[in-house]
Design a protein around this ligand. Sequence first.
Ligand SMILES: Nc1nc2c(ncn2[C@@H]2O[C@H](COP(=O)(O)OP(=O)(O)OP(=O)(O)O)[C@@H](O)[C@H]2O)c(=O)[nH]1
Ligand SMILES: [Mg+2]
Length: 395
Amino acid sequence: MAIARPVRALALAAMVMWCFFIWQLFKPTASPMGPGGSGLSTKERDPNLDPTGEPEGILTHASGEYAPGPAGTARIDATLLALVRNEELDGMLQAMRDLERTWNHKFNYPWTFFNDVPFSEEFKKKTQAETKAECKYEIIPKEHWEVPSWINNDLFVESTKILKEQKVQYADKVSYHQMCRWNSGLFYKHPALANMQYYWRVEPNVHFFCDVDYDVFRYMQDNNKTYGFTINLYDSPESIPTLWPETEKFLAEHPEHVHENNAMNWLTDKSRRPSHNEKANGYSTCHFWSNFEIADMSFWRSKPYEDYFNHLDRAGGFYYERWGDAPVHSIALGLFEDKNRIHWFRDIGYQHIPFFNCPNSPKCKGCVTGRFTDGESWLNREDCRPNWFKFVGMG
Ligand SMILES: Nc1nc2c(ncn2[C@@H]2O[C@H](COP(=O)(O)OP(=O)(O)OP(=O)(O)O)[C@@H](O)[C@H]2O)c(=O)[nH]1
Ligand SMILES: [Mg+2]
């Protein structure tokens, strides 16, 4: 029986609408980066969409020399490192499972866990059960964790009220300030790390998606890298209004610390997000998202960084504002290190809610290639990688 033409047209229109609807649901989220912040500008292509393999340079692949225990000879002085609370055990186990599956079961680098209170027996037993590698459980010395003597408590309470009004997250949680300060300038002074040079920072609940078959610590050492990141973001300027002005004061006192091949233009860019630069008084707010870090502690232990951290610490902004270890580390690296020694680990698939680094590689499972966030679309504006690529490159 023939179907009337209007009915056919209607069916066709319905089919087109249905296809459009399905496409909208499943299309990959493009990574975002236009100046107004609503998606990639037409000139910018997300490099995560390009096929990604192992990095160039000297690589050491897994071998029998990485067997667990003292027999392993190929490992260098490096550790996986996590500051974590007993209550976060499940999230830690999940993060460990991901990293052991994709990387560490091949290399068996030790894990070092840090806490401001003793780890529970359950925490120790269950984390050790996730790995063949050695696990160490360390308490942070009081003098590294306590609020420093020069912080005025009344001023702190007043300041947090203002930060809260400006919607700065966690501003009134003392422990959050303590954590940021410890991660900025104290973790690498812990006696348990005295013989360690490199670390890979891991937080509870993060995800790793891609198999990595080379020793990332030896990659850092053999290719002269100081710091590796996966995600590069804008910060909330309200949390750091005087961080850049304090940095400028420090630079006036110590111009000798600035590296000739620095990333100053990435730190001070104004063109992409002018309002952030303005509110942060000259700092773009671009930073390496430090819940993921693979780095050489020699940099944190160097005189330029020691001087810089002490200056910031005395200025009080870890408490009177909410300076995070991410902008502090990033500003220091951008000023005092050769920018060619900073590496984008584009091949390490990673997620800390709500952002991803998800490369185009058959070695990755469980993340959508090129997806930057699975949260609200405005979060796409927070991606600062295009500036890093523009001013420094993708090495
Ligand atoms: N032992 C201990 N660990 C802490 C404390 N505060 C934070 N941490 C750890 O420090 C890391 C960063 O803290 P988060 O609360 O995740 O901070 P964040 O990543 O900025 O915030 P989210 O976006 O909520 O994850 C995590 O590994 C926490 O487990 C604390 O008071 N004690
Ligand atoms: Mg976190």
